[in-house]
Write a protein of this length. Structure first.
Ligand code: AMP
Length: 544
């Protein structure tokens, strides 16, 4: 027997309509590229989103078109999230830290029609423009007074586009499975792969995190997404915050410790979300000032595991820390380390032990670990296997990429994360290792295989391995361990010059370690596990 309830599509436009009506006083505060602090609220954003959506339509944007953004966290970027998806187009957020090669690949692969760019990133596009489709429209996200002199052809001005339009719009109704957002992950080797979110998955994900991450969500609170809007929907905050009546405080380009401290202190930010590297900077400033920013009580750490000392330092200041584990392919949140109420009065050490884990799954995400043959392992806290996930906000494949899609899911439809983990009997996830051969620096990926391939193309190198070495600020930094082909030992600078075409500067190895041989596994691959053990005492050049 079927239930007898209405079925309305879950659409992103409903989130903003609701927030403007229910939470008119909640603010959206942005540190802007123009250098000032800008304040607005959900009703004003709703009106400007109406103008922007009308402008997109006036420029011929249709349902399904991909509209790219290359921008910091700020109110204009938030407006793009809602205007683009609201009319059924796809908001394709681009990570400005990608290499030139990757950026050229994704703009062409996505077949972007329009690209919205912050003034800061205009030079990046100017340098790559000849590789982009000739009919790509460029819009610079500022007002006329701040428009830069640019070589971009026929660049339009964001504020002028809006000013020409009415704010009146009737949001179209369409199937909730319509694509809403596109984010490429470089979290594997080879070309980046696109996770194509739908209205349904984004709305559900916002609901999932707002019920599970109860430490952050509560009407009237202020949340600071330091995690970029160009990185997996800023972990869902652009949707979940308005839905729950939270104010959004955006840091813009200034993500160093002193700037974050100042903004958080003056705005009395309650909760801040970001990668461990960002919190290193903030903690240094907290130490320098001898106090925490006013009102700061909650921090969500994801992208990489937070070091225990970082968790302890926050907790000692009565700032509650929770890991969020997830992936681009999961919209992204899969688990969260909110302390169970039963542990509220547990000794400090036990609470920190818990907070070091990746926590419990959020409602709507299922987890399993499997062995090498794909057999499901017990959730007993002992067994360690590759982590697979399933849920309504997990990808079912990759955008226009049959090959990657074919490899994404197992026979039962679970997505393989490439993380190696254990799960306790209480359902607590602990990430133990990475099966994917990758280095994560400052929350961004570097493919060790790509680094190795580029290095191997140098005639002086016979064989090599790229591995991540622990770094207190960046989490990991790549180093190259190499066997020389002859007598020549190229310097790090020479290797950089040789490899720079394929990589962004920050992706290049910090050091070359010359060795006579590399440890091998039984199957003839370099054993990175043993290599890391051999280099246990190694210290990166900038830490010596
Ligand atoms: P991305 O798709 O770039 O967001 O990267 C997702 C990957 O980052 C995961 O598969 C993990 O390897 C890693 N990761 C994300 N969050 C955490 C966390 N809280 N602890 C440890 N690793 C994490």
């Amino acid at each position: 027997m079927q239930g007898m309830m209405m079925q309305r599509p879950l659409l992103i436009s409903d989130i903003l309509t609701y927030a403007a009506e229910a939470f008119p006083k909640a603010e959206v505060v942005s540190a802007r590229t123009e250098g000032d602090i800008h304040r607005t609220n959900y009703p004003e954003i709703r009106d400007r989103v109406g103008q922007l959506a009308n402008a997109l339509r006036a420029h011929g944007v249709q349902m399904g078109d991909r509209i790219a953004t290359l921008a910091w966290n700020g109110y204009r970027h938030l407006e793009l999230y809602y205007a683009i998806s609201g009319i059924g187009a796809v908001c394709h957020t681009i990570n400005p830290r990608l290499s030139a090669e990757q950026m050229i690949y994704i703009v062409n692969h996505a077949e972007d029609k329009v690209i919205f760019v912050d003034t800061t990133f205009v030079p990046i596009l100017e340098a790559l423009q000849s590789h982009f489709p000739a009919d790509l429209t460029y819009v610079i996200m500022t007002d006329r007074a701040h428009m830069p002199d640019t070589k971009l052809p026929n660049a339009l001005c964001y504020e002028e586009l809006l000013a020409e339009q009415s704010s009146e719009i009737e949001w179209p109704l369409f199937d909730e499975n319509t694509a809403a957002g596109l984010c490429y992950t470089s979290g594997t080797t080879g070309n980046p792969k696109g996770a194509l979110y739908s209205h349904r998955s984004n709305v559900l994900h916002a609901m999932m995190i707002s019920v599970t991450l109860s430490s952050t969500f509560g009407e009237g609170r202020k949340v600071l997404p330091v995690v970029p809007l160009f990185h997996v929907n800023a972990w869902g905050l652009p949707y979940a915050a308005p839905m729950s009546g939270l104010s959004l405080i955006f840091p813009g380009p200034a993500m160093d410790g002193p700037s974050l401290f100042k903004l958080m202190d003056s705005e009395e930010v309650y909760s801040a979300w970001g990668v461990p590297t960002i919190w290193m900077g903030l903690l240094a400033e907290i130490k320098a000032q001898g106090r925490k920013p006013k009102g700061f009580e909650d921090v969500v750490v994801g992208g990489s595991a937070a070091p225990r000392s970082m968790i302890e330092t926050f907790e000692e200041m009565d700032i509650s820390v929770g890991h969020a584990w997830g992936m681009t392919e999961m919209s992204p949140v899969g688990t969260h380390g909110t302390l169970p109420s039963t542990m509220k009065d547990a000794p400090f050490k036990e609470r920190i032990d818990f907070k070091q884990t990746q926590g419990r799954r959020v409602f709507g995400v299922e987890l399993k670990i499997v062995d090498d043959e794909g057999k499901t392992l017990p959730k007993d806290g002992e067994a360690v296997g590759e982590l697979f996930v399933r849920g309504n906000a997990v990808v079912s494949g990759y955008f226009n990429n049959e090959e990657a899609t074919a490899k994404a899911l197992d026979a039962d439809g679970w997505f393989g994360t490439g993380d190696v983990a254990s799960i306790s009997a209480e359902g607590i996830l602990t990430i133990q290792d990475r099966a994917k051969d990758l280095i994560k620096s400052g929350g961004e990926w570097i493919s060790s295989i790509d680094v190795e391939n580029a290095a191997m193309s140098h005639p002086a190198i016979a064989n090599c391995a790229a591995i991540g070495m622990p770094h207190p600020k960046w989490d990991e930094r790549p180093v190259l361990v190499a066997i020389a082909a002859g007598d020549a030992r190229p310097s790090v600078e020479e290797m950089h010059a040789h490899m720079s075409e394929h990589f962004a500067k920050w992706q290049l190895p910090d050091d070359i370690i010359w060795v006579e041989e590399l440890p091998m596994t039984a199957t003839g691959k370099v054993s990175k596990l043993n290599l890391r053990k051999q280099l246990a005492d190694y210290v990166l050049p900038d830490l010596r």
